[in-house]
Design a protein around this ligand. Structure first.
Ligand code: ADP
Ligand code: MG
Length: 254
């Protein structure tokens, strides 16, 4: 039996006295697309950040692809993972944010190549070829030599997705990837994400795009105040939310 792609057990995270995650349990099978929704401040971004150890949980364990994230077990005790191994774990988990964070003085192609050359040590010629293929995959083959400022927000976000994919991640995390976009640019980014899902990528998507959740999501998680209060097949949760808070939230975003 293979391990699920993600397993969170009783993950807790506080900032000072503020408890932001209050015991998150979540299992995600390989190839699943999990959409995470919930009000602002409910802990969605913090959960994603814990998954690649950008935040250190105070309690609980996170396994990705069977591997404990951020720690190693030695002599029955947990120790922080040495930097090099933590970096390798992070490389295998792609993250796409609301803001694209592209290098402004590099072209789309150079942005996608960067990690291949600097992190993976791929030869420049090979990296250029691979980056070109990835830009093609996100529909931007003809924009390879444009700088971020010459691209629309939707195009920049697609470059950011290509850049993440260049690292061959086994899991992709999306934190409100379309929230900063003008409405007419949202569709092109969701389309790329839909293709990625169809290719079998395991994805966690924090989003308010309920159409995407319904159509592409295998599982919908509703978070409120640091807890998962409801989850299930998106169509079922959206059609008949069991929890009053889910109903209240959905009535605002649908
Ligand atoms: P969401 O993504 O669901 O809007 P977040 O995970 O960003 O929620 O934040 C949850 C809560 O944690 C918020 O109250 C936020 O202000 C707080 N928070 C997030 N990051 C930090 C931090 N680095 N330091 C202190 N508080 C934080
Ligand atoms: Mg957030």
């Amino acid at each position: 039996m293979t391990a699920p792609m993600v397993r969170c057990r009783q993950v807790r995270k506080s900032f000072g006295r503020l408890e932001v995650l209050r015991g998150i349990d979540l299992v995600i099978e390989r190839g699943q697309v999990v959409c995470v929704v919930g009000p602002s401040g409910s802990g969605k971004s913090t959960l994603l950040r814990c998954l690649n150890h950008l935040e250190e949980p105070q309690a609980g364990r996170i396994h990705v692809d069977g591997e404990l994230i951020g720690y190693e077990e030695r002599g029955g005790r947990l120790r922080p993972l040495p930097d090099a191994r933590l970096r390798r774990q992070r490389e295998s988990i792609g993250m796409v944010f609301q803001r694209f964070h592209l290098f402004p003085h590099r072209t789309a192609l150079q942005n996608v190549m960067e990690g291949l050359v600097a992190v993976k040590g791929v030869r420049v010629a090979d990296a250029r070829k691979r980056a070109g293929e990835l830009l093609d995959r996100v529909g931007l083959a003809d924009r390879a030599h444009h700088y971020p400022a010459q691209l629309s927000g939707g195009q920049q976000q697609r470059v950011a997705i290509a850049r993440s994919l260049a690292m061959s991640p086994k899991l992709m995390l999306f934190d409100e990837p379309t929230s900063a976009l003008d409405p007419e640019l949202v569709g092109e980014v969701l389309e790329v994400m839909k293709d990625l899902a169809a290719s079998g990528m395991t994805m966690i998507v924090v989003t308010h795009e309920m159409g995407f959740a319904r159509e592409v999501g295998d599982h919908l998680v509703f978070m409120d105040d640091g807890l998962i209060i409801e989850e299930g097949p998106p169509r079922e949760v959206l059609a008949a939310p069991a929890h009053e808070r889910t109903r209240a939230f959905l009535s605002k975003v649908l």
